[in-house]
Design a protein around this ligand. Structure first.
Ligand code: CUA
Length: 313
């Protein structure tokens, strides 16, 4: 740890993050000190002495010095860009096989759903040494999922699914904050991430009521909300089949191509008239206002499993 004011490092990304932070801060302090010292020294050395005619001082012009400091500054700028961008790109994509947690943010709480379906409020138990992807959704306004000990912070924007991933490196309880002002009780929108040894986590999970997984909730909704009536195989209605849809490139009626990702599926449910798949009529009813909070995410999770089944066949 560089400074004792920094929170402890408890994820695989924390060290790289702190190294970048220390490097940038150190470099900035060096430049501030250098410029400050030069101002001080030069103002003593070159101060206008009594009786010195000011106009007689000629401005310094030296091409070599100009080229030198432009090149040095450009070098540092490019170096910092390369160094930070390669490190942060690694932080974007979760490794394959990461555990999938779903977290719903709302004023003013965090609702967690484990891969097993178990649920928690303002808490998130995870095993140490396993990568964890967190799918984030907001039910109302913008929140921000922030775990300082893991050095992760991700805005949670209503109307879209954001993801962030981490791998806890040591058991412990770490604070979770909302880092985006979201209303009266923003400051109270806190929680904890409890990292446990894998065995302890398995035992903890056994004590929890088996919940329905998000995809299972979605499968139930798919029938009860009426999606199955048109999208199920053998339906009389000419509606696209959803098996294997997730992640595929879809040609649209107006000639554009879109990827059927979580945002596309959400838009198709809530704004069905916007992106019509090629070869289909715009007959799907609008479900905005008919689905409750979190139900769109459940449907999207279910539709995603349809593609995973397809792929594993
Ligand atoms: Cu949620 Cu601030």
């Amino acid at each position: 740890m560089i400074w004792s004011i920094a929170p402890e490092q408890a994820s695989t990304q924390a060290e790289a993050f702190d190294r970048i932070f220390a490097m940038m801060t150190g470099f900035s302090l060096f430049v501030v000190a250098l410029v400050g010292a030069l101002i001080f020294v030069f103002s003593l050395l070159f101060r206008a002495k009594r009786g010195t005619p000011r106009r007689s001082v000629k401005a310094l012009q030296n091409r070599q010095i100009e080229v030198f400091w432009t090149a040095v500054t450009a070098f540092f700028a490019i170096f910092f860009f390369w160094y930070t961008s390669t490190a942060s790109l690694d932080a974007i994509e979760a490794p394959a096989g990461a555990m999938e947690y779903h977290v719903e943010a709302k004023q003013w709480m965090w609702k967690t759903r484990h891969p097993s379906g178990a649920r928690e409020l303002n808490a998130m138990h995870v095993p140490v040494g396993r990568p964890v992807t967190v799918f984030l959704n907001s039910q109302d306004v913008i929140h921000s999922f922030y775990v300082p000990a893991f050095r992760i912070k991700q805005d949670v924007v209503p109307g879209r699914t954001s993801t962030v991933w981490f791998e806890a490196t040591k058991p412990g309880t770490y604070r979770l904050f909302c880092a985006e002002f979201c209303g009266t009780d923003h400051a109270k929108m806190t929680g904890r991430v409890v990292a446990m040894a894998p065995g302890d986590y398995a035992r903890w999970l056994e004590t929890r009521a088996e919940g329905e997984t998000l995809a299972a909730t979605g499968a139930r909704l798919f029938v009860s909300a009426g999606c199955a009536g048109c999208h199920e195989e053998g339906s009389d209605v000419h509606a696209p089949s959803l098996a294997g849809l997730f992640g595929r490139e879809i040609p649209l009626a107006d000639g554009r191509q879109v990827t059927a990702d979580a945002d596309y599926l959400r838009d198709s449910i809530l704004l069905p008239g916007r992106d019509i798949a090629a070869g289909y009529e715009p007959i799907m009813p609008n479900f905005s206002g008919m689905l409750e909070d979190g139900e769109v995410e459940a449907l999207v999770a279910y539709i995603r499993t349809l593609s995973e089944e397809e792929a594993s066949r």
